[in-house]
Ligand binder design. Structure first.
Ligand code: SAH
Ligand code: SF4
Ligand code: F3S
Length: 481
């Protein structure tokens, strides 16, 4: 992949190439020049720190951004006291935005102490014109702003900032391009996210993602397989296939292919042990996919299946394109095919017009499905989405009360559901040293439940048998076999 291209052979005296990714390797080499100068002056290499807000898609983007920074010569910094600080932002709910503005004030203080510091912002929030306007006006200490469609251009943007010496803003409204083969710096050596598609076409009425991530685009299956084979050769045993709606993968490719078929091909990669994916939209979950999950040895026994609401009336308003009954039927089909599957979900409370009756329908779904866990969100009004213009926004105190009741229900059920595996022996992928208990490690079951047990760092990245001695709410304490 990228290391086939040797940066020191790139002619940086000439003009930058027009085609990608060659153009970006040219700018990485240019940045390396600057890094060498920096090193001569300060006796050390510049540090770079990325803070990720938001979902797994953003986390994966951050790994790519860090890959570019390392190739450009930066070393990883531990925190915001770094020479280059990048916030990869999320805007799915208002509180995600507020966090970023808060941190930007703090960065201003750091920059006064280190005037050479570079501050960059990217990600979903930057795709909103009013956000960029506000930053241009009120946060002049920001150096580089870019969006979700052009992250591959980081080196070019840094180089521009260094030469132009003023704020660089590069936001694209959309793109058809998928630039492959740039460097990536993975957070974990043994597991990795893999983008299979970008963007979203569903326009759920509350959701801003389609506006900030653009139209749905699938990667070619060959590129995906090639990437996973490379990852496996590099020590990866678990992949998480990523997309806003993986079940519609491949529909718009020149040679259409289904998500189920992609999974069949990924399954055949030798050395790969576990396959996860997210997110599955219930409206597009096919019988073919259920069949593949049933027959697979590698697909994990876990499905994240966001329901959002249990009320068919609200689901219609949300533009989710399924009813409560259809969702429950789907769950029955899945459980019939894969009896030990764990189901998790996302739920929004307080969508405009939600009544106590609607909310009771949501509680009913939670009680019937019995999720292993659920992410519960208070509805957040996002400018530009259809729901933001709906009347009947639910008063805050009512929403808060529903949220608390929902959370209690979800947690009580999750604790009981997790119990069912107590006393069994199961395979655990060890992920890290336990952060609370010295001498312990932390890993995950196929169904994604967390397990802590005695062990040392040599186990990290290995799949081992562990007896699940004691369920403690949503996790287990175990013993290695
Ligand atoms: N593509 C995924 C979800 C991406 S956003 C899917 O369709 O399931 C992750 C979650 O954030 C959503 O499932 C939803 O529950 C929540 N969310 C999205 N917009 C929201 C909003 N305006 N207010 C509150 N929660 C929201
Ligand atoms: Fe948002 Fe719906 Fe797309 Fe998920 S499927 S990202 S909730 S619009
Ligand atoms: Fe947030 Fe963007 Fe993901 S808005 S949830 S980071 S796609």
């Amino acid at each position: 992949m990228y290391n086939e291209i040797h940066l020191n052979k790139i002619d940086i005296a000439g003009e930058p190439p027009a085609e990608e990714p060659a153009r970006q390797y040219y700018f990485m080499a240019k940045c390396q020049d600057w890094v060498r100068e920096f090193e001569q002056k300060k006796g050390r290499r510049p540090t770079a720190f990325i803070q990720t807000f938001g979902c797994q898609m953003n986390a994966r983007d951050s790994e790519k951004l860090l890959g570019i920074l390392e190739e450009a010569g930066f070393v990883q910094g531990a925190d915001e006291n770094s020479d280059f600080v990048l916030y990869n932002t999320c805007t799915v709910r208002e509180n995600a935005n507020l966090k970023v503005y808060g941190r930007l004030g703090y960065l201003g203080g750091l920059k006064r102490k280190n005037p050479d510091m570079l501050i960059a912002l990217c990600g979903c929030m930057m795709q909103e014109p009013q956000v960029v306007e506000k930053i241009r006006k009120s946060y002049r200490h920001v150096d580089i702003i870019f969006g979700t469609h052009n992250i591959f251009r980081l080196a070019e943007l840094i180089f521009r900032r260094l030469t132009e010496k003023k704020m660089v803003v590069d936001i694209w409204e959309g793109t058809d391009a998928i630039v492959e083969d740039l460097p990536v710096e993975r957070k974990y050596p043994f597991k990795s996210g893999v983008n299979i598609m970008f963007g979203c076409n569903n326009f759920c009425s509350y959701c801003i993602v389609p506006y900030v991530r653009g139209r749905e685009r699938s990667r070619n299956p060959e590129d995906i397989i090639h990437e996973i084979e490379g990852l496996v050769a590099d020590g990866v045993v678990e992949v998480m296939l990523l997309g806003q709606n993986v079940n519609s993968y491949g529909k718009t490719l020149e040679e259409p292919i289904t998500f189920a078929e992609l999974l069949r091909r990924v399954e055949q990669i030798d050395g790969l042990e576990r396959i996860r994916f997210m997110t599955s939209h219930p409206k597009d979950l096919s019988d073919e996919l259920i069949e593949v999950m049933k027959n697979s040895r590698k697909i994990c026994k876990h499905l994240h299946l966001p329901v959002q609401s249990g009320s068919s009336r609200i689901l219609k308003q949300m533009n989710r394109k399924y009813t409560k009954e259809q969702y429950l039927e789907l769950v029955d089909k899945l459980r019939a095919a894969v009896p030990d599957i764990s189901l998790t979900t996302d739920i929004i409370v307080g969508f405009p017009g939600e009544t106590e009756e609607d909310f009771q329908e949501t509680l009913d779904v939670v009680r019937r499905v019995r999720y292993d866990s659920a992410f519960t969100f208070i509805y957040s009004k996002r400018t530009g989405t259809p729901a933001a213009a709906m009347e009947d926004q639910v008063p805050e105190d009512v929403v808060k009360d529903r949220f608390d009741r929902l959370l209690k229900e979800v947690q009580d059920i999750a604790a009981q559901v997790v119990m069912r595996d107590e006393g069994t022996v199961q395979k655990v992928l060890v992920e890290e040293m336990d952060t609370h208990e010295p001498g312990y490690v932390t890993g995950r079951l196929s169904n994604n439940t967390v397990v802590h047990f005695q062990g040392d760092a040599s186990l990290i990245g290995q799949i081992v048998d562990v007896s699940l001695d004691e369920a403690r709410g949503f996790y287990f304490m175990g013993t290695k076999r």
